[in-house]
Design a protein around this ligand. Structure first.
Ligand code: COA
Length: 261
């Protein structure tokens, strides 16, 4: 894979680590990463040998969020991969505009228990990805932000329902409207992360959590996770933001219009 590293743990059978792997771009999430992440989650759906998944970032960031480089890549495969060479059309644009929503759903829909190990920084879409995981552990130096309003782009990827569930309405509104950075200490206090550990202990702490979970009876664990997910979905259903892709398309049109003027 070009943007992800997938590793089966030699010492802890059942543990798979997905590492976002574009360190020179702070693991910014491009179309290729969406495609690879969705394909990986698809493969894990049938994999009874994988029971716990750690998601982390290579280098000095978990991820700097959506790739702000090329917005409408002509020669990069969008999701699904089968649309890579399709003729441009409004419908194709709509399909491509849901890449983030589909990656987030794919992560949230994993049957395995998922652990986010947050190194460095997590911005925008990276915070959304984290909100799709079951347990989050951050390094002490890690920080977070949700800067879409400042960037004048819509916050999509079904972010708001998931953030509402994890952080509550008032905190979510404040963070998405002020775009203020928040520290791992804040994130711990607000319940967005489960644990905050010294920087050098991040992966060992995530693996220790994985080990604990791998010792549980697997079917019981899977049943408990799916019930928790069903309850979370009934708290604030992710699909309420079903028009995210329309917002993205509208934002793109407005940008083009401004550039024309
Ligand atoms: N999309 C594409 N490339 C990104 C990126 C993003 N979201 N975030 C960082 N990068 C790239 C930079 O362009 C730079 O690449 P280059 O070396 O080829 O020029 C590299 O990653 C390192 O980033 P840099 O800005 O030099 O690191 P920094 O430590 O000074 O700053 C951030 C870190 C996160 C504060 C800064 O990179 C940033 O603000 N990134 C954008 C975050 C963002 O708004 N994401 C979108 C959310 S919707």
């Amino acid at each position: 894979m070009e943007t992800l590293r997938i590793e089966r743990d030699a010492e802890l059978p059942g543990l798979v680590t997905i590492t976002l792997n574009r360190p020179d771009k702070l693991n910014a999430i491009n179309f290729r990463m969406h495609a690879e992440l969705q394909a990986t989650c698809g493969e894990l759906a049938d994999d009874a040998d994988a029971r716990v998944i750690i998601v982390t970032g290579e280098g000095r960031a978990f991820s700097a969020g959506a790739d702000l480089g090329r917005r409408t890549p002509a020669n990069e495969p969008a999701t699904p991969l089968s649309t890579a060479n399709a003729t441009p059309s409004p419908l194709l644009e709509r399909i491509r505009s849901s890449a983030g929503n589909r990656s987030a759903s794919a992560l949230e829909g994993l049957d395995q228990v998922t652990i986010g190990a947050v190194n460095g920084l997590a911005v925008g879409g990276a915070v959304v990805f984290l909100s799709c995981l079951d347990i989050r552990i951050a390094a002490e130096s890690a920080w977070f932000s949700i800067p879409e309003v400042d960037l004048d782009i819509p916050l999509t990827w079904n972010a708001l329902p998931r953030l509402m569930r994890e952080l509550g309405p008032a905190r979510t509104k404040e963070l998405v409207m002020t775009c203020d950075r928040f520290s791992s200490e804040d994130a711990l206090r607000w319940g967005f992360i489960n644990h905050r550990v010294p920087d050098g202990e991040l992966l060992p702490a995530a693996r220790a959590m994985a080990k604990k979970l791998l010792e549980k009876e697997p079917v019981s664990l899977a049943l408990t996770k799916s019930t928790c997910n069903a309850l979370a979905e009934s708290m604030v259903p992710a699909h309420v933001t079903h028009a995210d892709r329309e917002f993205l398309m509208l934002a793109r049109l407005l940008t083009q219009e401004r550039q024309r003027q």
